[in-house]
Design a protein. Sequence first.
Length: 91
Amino acid sequence: MKQDAYGEIYLWNRGMDRLVRVLQRLEAAATCTKQELKAYEVRLEEVRAELNADFAEAMVKREQADHLRLQRQRVEWEKREESRAQTESLM
C-alpha cells in the first residue's frame, strides 16, 4: 500500500535526523574532530538524499500508473452510463 511506503520513508528520515543529532552531540564528547564529524554528517545526508530521490522517482511512476488506470476506469464507466441513458431515453 502507498501509505505503508510513505510511512516507511517517514521513519527512515526520522531515523536519519536522529543520527545527525547524535553526531552533533558527539562533537561535545570530542571523540573525533569537528571536520571528521561533519564528514560523517555529510555522508548520512547524501545517503538520505539518494534514497529519498529513488523513493520519489518510484512513487511518481506508481502514481502515474494509478492515474492512467483510474482514468481508463472512469472513461469506461462514463461510456456505460451514457449508453444506458441513451437506451432508457429510447424506451
